[in-house]
Design a protein. Structure first.
Lengths: 255, 327
């Protein structure tokens, strides 16, 4: 059986500047993967490439066993939901309008169907932005806006959820809720890949770690094995150490 | 948004009623009173004034105002900038330059058609082809690229207009400045029918894409990652918006503000959902321009104030009030 997502020797470069090269991995439904790396390592570009926002310089990407380039844009968007790093709508859309845009790939009709509206409402309730659904997006704080964007991605209901720093701007409680939600999505049969700089969230919630460094994929391991061999921490800083909390959770701390 | 279908139907219906009321009432407004009985008697002077001057003029204002206002809403969504207007992307300045060339050379009628119409449409077409050529050479099209090209074209065409204006004789320079103010004049039913048909068809195509423009108005990548074909939508939007603008400018001159304030007003007071915003902007833009034209006929009667001047006088303070209210 084909993996839900397959990357084979995928490279991307700007003229004269390689971003990443020869990235290969397979990922399946039910996995929650943390995509890690320093600033500029190419994490966001990799997510953009899988989403179809950028063409890979070489290599192939397959979604549900079919080359990504063979999916029509709306078919691909029904399968891949992408949370961008930053969206700041200047025109005065309301929260509800923005979340309903997540349903765009699901309907050719001019108006939203009752199913679209129900999916958007459920997503707003899950991300705790239902209370301010009538507010205009540009009046929201960064954290509130991030929850709205997350709701739009949940409403999109893709089998692959690509989240570019989903917990950015969120307070501690909302960061935990955000990762709880993504873990729940994975348990419900989705594949979630989240870019994050928070190694503790990654170790606590994710089942697998991918690390981009030196323009390539340098680590692809389960979280369990990452707990036993902390060598991968060296790709971020030589001041990091891996230990356990009193209740047995992995914990990265710095000297 | 939960009841967007019924909400849209209700709000658009109200705007349709307003548009129709304007079409029915405004032809009766003018410097001289029209008597209903005389107007209804075919062949009378009142009937001639009503049918040949006032009705055509009102209809032209309704469709030109609608076209400019819809083009404004379209370009604002395309550039994600609430201050974008039909004049931001250069086609309108190209149209103006074409018309000014015709006036400067003293051509008033070419092949039985007003030379300014031909000049405006030709100028718009040249700019359109030029911008598309630049985009094709880069093998990509983006809102930012269109904006930069538009600014450059605006600058060059604006300078050429000034050059022609300064080189023209007194009579021609007066005609140029009069045309550049923008006004609605009576026109024949033939050209009016052609113009209205084009405006209705192009507007229907643009409004049919309103759902896509909702996503584009947020962010290009946001739209692309939800399955919108961004490049083709931008291309179509640019061509259709330019066609609406060039057509309106050819017949009325570059009337400003309607494409800026009406989409603003609709966005603030009715809805920012383009499925509601676009049809309402068309209907209310036409209504506003026809009201301004009617006001221009009576304010300093028997002299006429161009509709472009009235719009600027009303639009400027309205925009300031709008900005103050939002801050």
């Amino acid at each position: 059986m084909n993996a839900l997502l397959q990357l084979e020797n995928v490279s991307f470069s700007y003229p004269g500047r390689p971003v990443f090269g020869e990235v290969s991995f397979e990922a399946n439904a039910g996995e929650f993967i943390a995509l890690l790396g320093s600033n500029g390592a190419g994490k966001s570009t990799l997510l953009d490439t899988i989403t179809g926002l950028r063409e890979p310089t070489s290599g192939t990407i397959a979604i549900e066993g079919k080359p990504a380039s063979e999916w029509r844009p709306s078919e691909r968007a029904r399968r891949v939901a992408h949370l961008p790093q930053s969206v700041r709508p200047d025109l005065p859309f309301t929260v509800e309008q923005l979340v309903l845009m997540g349903r765009y790939p699901h309907g050719e009709a001019w108006f939203d169907s009752p199913a679209d509206i129900a999916a958007a409402h459920a997503a707003m309730q899950r991300t705790a932005c239902w209370e301010y659904r009538s507010r205009r997006v540009f009046t929201l704080s960064g954290g509130e806006r991030q929850r709205v964007l997350l709701a739009a991605c949940l409403a999109q209901n893709g089998s692959v959820c690509l989240m570019d720093e989903p917990s950015v701007f969120l307070d501690i409680e909302q960061q935990l809720r955000c990762f709880d939600l993504l873990a729940e999505e994975a348990r419900n049969g989705k594949l979630c890949i989240a870019v994050t700089h928070d190694l503790n969230l990654a170790l606590s919630y994710c089942s697998r770690l991918l690390v981009l460094a030196d323009h390539k994929l340098v680590v692809d391991c389960s979280t369990r094995s990452a707990r036993h061999d902390s060598g991968w921490l060296g790709f971020f800083s030589n001041r990091l150490q891996l230990g356990d909390t009193p209740n047995g959770k992995p914990w990265v701390w710095y000297r | 948004m939960t009841t967007v279908r019924s909400e849209a139907q209700k709000r658009v219906l109200v705007c349709v009623v307003v548009f129709c009321l304007a079409a029915l009432i405004l032809p009766w407004v003018g410097p001289g009173p029209l008597h209903v009985r005389d107007t209804l008697r075919f062949g009378s002077l009142d009937s001639y004034i009503f049918l040949q001057l006032r009705v055509t003029r009102t209809l032209l204002a309704l469709f030109a105002g609608g076209a400019l206002s819809l083009a404004g809403a379209l370009f604002q969504a395309m550039l994600r900038d609430a201050l974008a207007t039909p004049y931001t992307l250069g086609v309108s300045t190209g149209a103006s330059l074409g018309a000014v060339v015709m006036i400067s050379f003293g051509w008033s009628i070419v092949w039985g058609i007003p030379a300014t119409w031909i000049g405006a449409l030709a100028g718009a077409a040249v700019v359109l082809v030029m911008v598309m050529g630049v985009a094709a050479r880069q093998r990509r099209i983006s809102a930012f690229g269109l904006l930069l090209t538009g600014v450059a074209v605006n600058s060059v065409c604006g300078s050429l207009i000034l050059l022609l204006y300064s080189m023209a004789g007194v009579a021609h320079s007066f005609s140029i400045s009069r045309w550049l103010i923008g006004s609605v004049d009576a026109t024949g039913y033939g050209s009016l029918t052609l113009f209205a048909t084009i405006v209705i068809i192009v507007s229907a195509v643009v409004i049919a894409q309103a759902k896509h423009w909702n996503l584009m108005a947020v962010d290009e990548q946001w739209a692309a990652s939800r399955g919108v074909r961004v490049r083709s939508l931008l291309l179509e939007g640019y061509i259709f918006g330019s066609a609406l603008t060039a057509g309106a400018i050819a017949l009325t001159g570059p009337i400003g503000f309607v494409g800026l304030i009406v989409p603003h007003m609709v966005r603030g007071r009715i809805s920012s959902d383009h499925r509601i915003l676009m049809p309402c902007a068309f209907l209310l833009g036409g209504t506003l321009l026809s009201i301004c034209d009617a006001l221009g006929r009576v304010l300093l009667s028997p002299a006429e104030v161009p509709a472009g001047v009235i719009l600027a006088l009303l639009g400027g303070p309205y925009l300031i009030w709008l900005v103050r209210e939002r801050l």
